[in-house]
Design a protein around this ligand. Sequence first.
Ligand SMILES: [Zn+2]
Length: 224
Amino acid sequence: MPNTLPPPVMIIGQPCLRGVAKAVPPDYPIDTLMDHFNNLVSTTGGNNPIAGPQIGLDLRIFSFGGIGDNGIVINPIIVLPQLPPTPLTFSSQGEGCLSLPSLTVNFGITRFSKFTLQYETLQYDSITNLLQRVSATQEFDADLDERLCALVQHEIDHLDGKLICDYAHSSLSLTEMLDLEQRVDTISQYARESIRFGTPPGYNYLLANRLICSPARVEPPMNN
Ligand SMILES: [Zn+2]
């Protein structure tokens, strides 16, 4: 009997979340791509966007119901408009992540507000009903849908090994951060204790967000 359990979601601390995922080659088997897509969707019950590295899949893929006929995005590239010369951005609030359970980033994450997404997806051929891999583009504008803009960039961050906690201006050194991640390898550990990351004055530091740190508790810096 085949194993029908969906793959587990990888939690912060697991190395697959921190690498740069590989591009899907042009000759990659369509059937295998469809299997990956089904695994991504079944992992979240189809309700949440999720990227390949979050299920241990080292490929530039994410599933996202809002994009493409079948909701899978392959080899995405963000293309910024040439005008204005400085990309427009907005401050994304309240982002969460399946790989950081119980954590919501409540400070503003800087996201591009206008861009074109170039990607590939899987769709059915209307005549033969065969699945095929096709190129696609989609415009994003935070003035129309801020949340969608942020979600796409959040998923692409996963393909580059970046997590929302990285946007915090942490009082921890890089060495301390790496040490912290190495200790966070199970959900039970994760929930054991909370710390607060300090950020410079002017930011709301990560309030009540839970990242394990034992035995040390790190307090935010003084505002001076
Ligand atoms: Zn995420």
